[in-house]
Ligand binder design. Structure first.
Ligand SMILES: O=P(O)(O)OC[C@H]1O[C@H](O[C@H]2O[C@H](CO)[C@@H](O)[C@H](O)[C@H]2O)[C@H](O)[C@@H](O)[C@@H]1O
Length: 268
């Protein structure tokens, strides 16, 4: 644990009713699997979240998934303990609040329809094991199940970067995934806005992938602005570099669930 992380954690435990705990979904609450449609939350995640939520100010999920997909795969709806949960989907462009059940979803970016048509052909040509995940307002090309997952990922990066730029979209690289999505929002902006909205006195953010870097940067910026925070890496061999920019590394989604349970026990 870094010194700043220690301070962030101490502030969270000293005044848990003012704390914001925000977590990524895939790779942090849900183990990574081959089929994105079957990426369910770790069995210990929901009980840990349910124990922690009533003991802190705000619990949030900030994910690249559409908000309603994260709610479904996480099993987050209909739990009295999670009545205050907020899920920010599509890197913060979408919002679902458990309290009201309301879902805010912006209209699709005009470039997405054109990207959809082009990507279908590109994925077809890329060979076996390359999958297209259609998220409505974003398109993710997965190479995890290709025979040469890393090679295909590297080969697709340039054409997808070019396609995204041409259509006014952004390219979001992740764990064997290249996502084409609307620009203008990231997890850092989403986390900062939520922290300000809720008047958070301390922040904890946990994530596992490159898309979480903006949120880790946001925690560092909040710290400079006087809001203590702690950055937790859900560790993996796939994104080993993340440990260098976080305060604490735990062993994947199981480690995250154990940390959340330990926080709930410490708060009492
Ligand atoms: O922001 P996140 O919640 O971490 O979502 C990021 C992307 O996660 C998903 O892909 C990743 O998980 C899949 C299921 O375990 C795995 O097969 C894939 O290799 C990973 O990259 C999701 O499918 C994407 O849409 C998200 O953007």
């Amino acid at each position: 644990m870094t010194e700043s992380g220690r301070e962030g954690l101490a502030a969270l435990l000293a005044r848990p009713e003012g704390a914001l705990v925000a977590l990524d979904f895939d790779g942090t609450l849900a183990p990574i699997v081959n089929d994105p449609e079957r990426a369910y939350a770790h069995p210990d995640a929901l009980p840990a979240l349910a124990r922690l939520a009533p003991r802190i100010g705000v619990l949030a999920i900030i994910t690249g998934r559409p908000a309603e997909v994260a709610v479904r795969l996480g099993g987050f709806a209909g739990h009295p303990e999670l009545a205050g949960l907020t899920v920010l989907g599509a890197y913060g462009a979408e919002r679902w609040d458990a309290a009201s059940g309301a879902l805010h979803r912006p209209p699709p970016h005009p470039g997405i329809a054109a990207a959809r048509a082009e990507l279908a052909a590109l994925v077809e040509r890329a060979g076996p094991g390359v999958l297209l995940e259609d998220k409505g307002n974003a398109l993710a090309v997965h190479t995890r199940t290709a025979p040469d997952a890393a090679g295909v990922f590297a080969a697709l990066r340039e054409p997808l970067t070019e396609l995204a730029a041409r259509l006014g979209l952004a390219l979001e690289p992740g764990r064997f995934v290249l996502e084409v999505r609307p620009p203008g929002m990231d997890k850092g902006a989403a986390l900062t806005a939520l922290a300000r909205e809720k008047g958070a006195s301390a922040v904890l953010y946990g994530g596992d992938d490159l898309g979480d870097l903006a949120a880790f940067d946001a925690v560092a910026k909040l710290r400079e602005d006087g809001v203590p925070g702690v950055r937790v890496c859900s560790g993996s061999t796939e994104v080993a570099e993340l440990a260098a920019v976080t305060d604490l590394t735990v062993d994947g989604p199981g480690g995250i669930a154990a940390l959340l349970s330990a926080l709930a026990r410490s708060i009492g």
